[in-house]
Write a protein that binds this ligand. Structure first.
Ligand SMILES: *[C@@H]1O[C@H](CO)[C@@H](O)[C@H](O)[C@H]1NC(C)=O
Ligand SMILES: *[C@@H]1O[C@H](CO)[C@@H](O)[C@H](O)[C@H]1NC(C)=O
Ligand SMILES: *[C@@H]1O[C@H](CO)[C@@H](O)[C@H](O)[C@H]1NC(C)=O
Ligand SMILES: *[C@@H]1O[C@H](CO)[C@@H](O)[C@H](O)[C@H]1NC(C)=O
Ligand SMILES: *[C@@H]1O[C@H](CO)[C@@H](O)[C@H](O)[C@H]1NC(C)=O
Ligand SMILES: *[C@@H]1O[C@H](CO)[C@@H](O)[C@H](O)[C@H]1NC(C)=O
Ligand SMILES: *[C@@H]1O[C@H](CO)[C@@H](O)[C@H](O)[C@H]1NC(C)=O
Length: 388
């Protein structure tokens, strides 16, 4: 009996083989803190990827740190806030993304995306108060659901974020079914029931990203658009956007963000509730004066730290602006290494094989038939020759 179940467990773990062993911890070193910092150590066969999902200072921040295998990271705390991050040796690479503010813009020209001409107002997230929701922190999955409220009375609404890391490659359950691997985290973000400025009659909201990487400060992040071969996982959407850190563009071991240019205007994501997501160009900037990014990169060499920012904005001309639905949700993945590429499913492979196979078979059998007939004519069976 025991042997039986052992065998099953062995077969299962073989079948859904883990690419990394993940160990997630909530607030390491400050177990009773009401703030939220999830630390995930993901040990691979050659290196260790450390991830921090930080909500302690309002702005959601995801930091990646790549080190030699099994290097420990120590975090010290002051007043429920992480203060120092200590590694026994220099890390191999690090990159981070932080959503430090929302940008409300009055889209007077109704073109959907944010540009410099439209009036804008900042909604910094440093005073957003995050409440921890459903979460699962185990060796099988690291998942965290956070819900944020603005502290100001004036600004109502909810920011919803869900982060998910699995120790193997998988497609996200929800549209646009992004791929996440043991090296990348899936992030869903929703802007729900936000109140807009009274003096704006065409409000939309954009997300402002700060991106950091340990590359030369004069270098630059790049983004590119790739067309996928089929839209099986995301009906109607063939494009995939990839933001790469300089190291990722040069070799295959940098950081990346991956997303599809779609977002959704209803909690039930569907093709009919999808609309466009736009990315702006990068601008060079510096680390914020305070916050987890500043604390984390304090000990790093400033000449070897690239900080850039960009916006993601949502909508299409004539869609009635944010107030039409008072809801926008969007997903991306952030990870280390080569951005994953979608593969054809078995179903598509069978369809393609039938589609290509049948004509090829027909052609082959036709050719064979003709060849056989030619041969027969050239060397007529001896029996008949004898008879003549
Ligand atoms: C956390 O709180 C529990 C119960 O309130 C207490 O037993 C435990 O000692 C606390 N742990 C720390 C590290 O303060
Ligand atoms: C990390 O913390 C552990 C226990 O708290 C301690 O033994 C270890 O020396 C610390 N490591 C570093 C690099 O500070
Ligand atoms: C994750 O990164 C490691 C290198 O650190 C690489 O060997 C592995 O193939 C990557 N896994 C996936 C699924 O991308
Ligand atoms: C947003 O507003 C709608 C309509 O008033 C309400 O049904 C929904 O529960 C609200 N959502 C959140 C997250 O507060
Ligand atoms: C917003 O107000 C401006 C000027 O007051 C007006 O020109 C524009 O048509 C209005 N836009 C919408 C969508 O109501
Ligand atoms: C973004 O950069 C490209 C090429 O550098 C340029 O052609 C384009 O006008 C820029 N877009 C904006 C909105 O600045
Ligand atoms: C969205 O919220 C605004 C007030 O903030 C309200 O006037 C509008 O009717 C809401 N739209 C929907 C679809 O609930």
């Amino acid at each position: 009996m025991h042997l039986h179940s052992l065998l099953i467990v062995f077969l299962l773990s073989f079948a859904c083989g883990q690419d990394r062993r993940i160990t997630p911890v909530l607030n390491p070193g400050c177990e009773n803190c009401s703030t939220t910092l999830v630390y995930i150590k993901a040990d691979g066969s050659q290196d260790t990827v450390h991830q921090l999902w930080d909500f302690t200072r309002g702005a959601p921040t995801i930091i990646y740190l790549i080190t030699k295998q099994s290097t420990p990271l120590n975090i010290s705390w002051v007043d429920e806030l992480p203060d120092k991050f200590v590694l026994p040796e220099k890390p191999v690479y690090s990159f981070a993304a932080s959503i430090d503010k929302l940008q409300e813009y009055n889209d007077i020209e109704n073109n959907g995306h944010i540009d410099n001409k439209s009036p804008q107002r900042e909604l910094p997230l440093r005073h957003v108060w995050w409440r921890r929701g459903e979460h699962q922190l185990s060796g099988k999955e690291a998942m965290l659901h956070m819900r944020g409220h603005f502290e100001e009375r004036r600004q109502r609404g909810v920011l919803d974020m869900k982060l998910d890391l699995l120790p193997f490659k998988d497609y996200a359950v929800d549209l646009p079914h992004l791929i996440h691997t043991a090296n990348s985290t899936l992030v869903d973000i929703s802007l729900v029931n936000l109140t807009s400025s009274e003096d704006y009659n065409a409000s939309r909201f954009a997300i402002h990203f700060l991106m950091v990487s340990t590359d030369d400060r004069s270098d630059s992040m790049t983004y590119s658009m790739r067309k996928s071969l089929d839209d099986e996982h995301t009906p109607g959407v063939f494009e995939i956007f990839e933001i790469k850190t300089p190291k990722s563009s040069r070799s295959d071991d940098g950081g990346f963000l991956q997303f599809r240019p779609v977002c959704y205007t209803e909690p039930e994501r569907s093709v009919s509730s999808s609309t466009n997501a736009y990315i702006t160009n990068f601008t060079r900037t510096s680390l914020p004066y305070a916050g987890t990014l500043r604390d984390f990169y304090r000990t790093f060499d400033g000449n070897n730290l690239l900080v850039q920012d960009m916006y993601i904005s949502f909508g299409l001309p004539g869609d009635g602006f944010y107030r039409q639905h008072n809801y926008t949700s969007w997903s991306f993945t952030i990870g280390y290494g080569v951005p994953p590429v979608e593969s054809f499913s078995l179903f598509v492979i069978i369809i393609i094989s039938i589609g290509l196979g049948v004509p090829v078979l027909l052609a082959l059998s036709g050719i064979t038939y003709v060849l056989v007939r030619r041969c027969k004519q050239r060397n007529p069976p001896e029996r008949f020759t004898d008879d003549e």
